[in-house]
Design a protein around this ligand. Structure first.
Ligand code: NAI
Ligand code: MG
Length: 353
């Protein structure tokens, strides 16, 4: 029997609605599997917690999270209670940084029954593997002078270690998918870091002869996302390029309420964190209509992460059968509630078994 200890942090707004829904789904997965159980501990850290304690998590919060196998987070932010920069940096970004979650994974796929802005998007099924600790989002730089001489400098940082590890992660992932990795580059315009990125991509590619590769400049790559979506499988990208590409992917997928993500710790010292892309959606909170699919798909990524890809794929197939049959929340044009969509997924999971 494998037991996974999961720290659940529903957070704010609809996080408190979709996290319990996804936990019900995971418990069903565990029931049908037999050999796998989840031991959830829920933490109330949120903006409401902040109002009471003047902090987003207790002082020993990170130590308490450290021994869990993973963190399952909903959404953080309620700007009526706490300014966003305080709530996000005090919880979400704090965990990402302090737990060395150096890789961000954002899958995007057009689900049957979900409207995409694309006319014929059925072959869009990609994963963006984004370097999440360095690159263009460095803290190195400065400002100098005033008036017409005023200038700002921001340095991009590409280490061999950081670049190799994100590329290896992308190749390992591609090996379990369609066996193709595309590197997002811009070595025709950025003359030090991107040729270095290309060089390391070629080196790592040699370690994976069974995986085909190509390298595309980010501008052309973005255009091909739209015109030739079927040519992509896994895309490995720097922090900035990955940020932009993954939002483009989510847009093609049709809706933010279904987009999942994972923040991966690769050195094994700390847990990884799984969270949907969407925020706390204050405009629909309490109405029972939040789309639970982003959070449930995030649970599928957690299953994959623990080597339970068969279960993860079963879960995704079930989610897609539910969207295909038009059992959708209002954000996807449907009439169903969070509970109805969740219960349908649970019912069909049991039927698969
Ligand atoms: P948001 O993602 O919360 O909402 C944007 C729009 O999408 C809203 O109209 C919302 O109703 C809709 N939406 C989002 N998720 C949905 C779902 N599961 N089902 C149905 N509709 C959904 O982004 P917004 O409004 O910019 O931010 C609201 C709060 O969330 C802010 O405090 C912000 O800082 C925080 N936030 C937190 C994130 C996180 O925890 N990772 C990410 C983005 C925003
Ligand atoms: Mg972004």
């Amino acid at each position: 029997m494998k037991t996974l200890k999961i720290a659940a942090i529903p957070g704010d707004g609809i996080g408190k609605e979709v996290v319990p829904a996804a936990i019900d789904v995971l418990n069903t997965v565990s029931d049908i599997h037999g050999g796998l159980t989840f031991d959830f501990t829920s933490f109330p850290w949120s903006c409401e917690y902040y109002l009471e304690h003047n902090k987003m998590m207790p002082d020993d919060g990170m130590e308490r999270l450290q021994d869990f196998d993973s963190i399952f987070l909903g959404a953080v932010g309620d700007s009526n209670l706490v300014p966003d920069h305080i709530s996000l940096w005090g919880l979400l970004i704090k965990i990402r940084r302090e737990f060395d979650q150096v890789i961000n994974i954002r899958p995007a796929k057009v689900m049957s029954g979900v409207r995409s802005p694309f006319i014929n998007p059925k072959d869009f099924d990609i994963v963006v593997v984004r370097e999440n600790s360095e690159g263009e989002y460095s803290a190195i730089g400065g400002n100098i002078y005033n008036g017409e001489d005023e200038l700002a400098i921001q340095n991009a940082v590409f280490s061999r270690k950081g670049t190799e590890r994100v590329m290896r992660y992308a190749f390992e992932l591609a090996a379990k998918r369609k066996k193709h990795v595309t590197s997002a580059t811009k070595s025709n315009g950025i003359t030090y870091s991107m040729p270095f990125w290309d060089k390391i991509f070629k080196e790592i590619a040699k370690e994976y002869p069974e995986i085909s590769t190509d390298s595309q400049h980010i501008d052309a790559l973005s255009a091909f996302f739209v015109t030739r979506p079927e040519r992509f499988d896994v895309i490995v990208a720097s922090n900035l390029f990955g940020d932009i590409l993954s939002d483009l992917g989510a847009a093609i997928m049709g809706n933010i309420g279904i987009a999942p993500s994972a923040n991966i710790n690769v050195n094994g010292k700390y847990p990884s964190m799984f969270e949907p892309v969407h925020g706390s959606a204050p405009d629909i909170v309490g109405k029972g209509i939040a789309n639970p699919i982003g959070q449930i798909w995030t649970a599928k990524m957690m299953l994959d992460h623990f080597g339970e890809e068969d279960l993860g794929n079963t879960l995704l197939t079930v989610i897609e059968s539910v969207t295909n049959d038009g059992i959708l929340t209002p954000d996807l044009g449907g009439k169903h509630s969070t509970k109805e969509v969740t219960n349908e997924i649970i019912k069909r999971l049991i039927a698969v078994d």
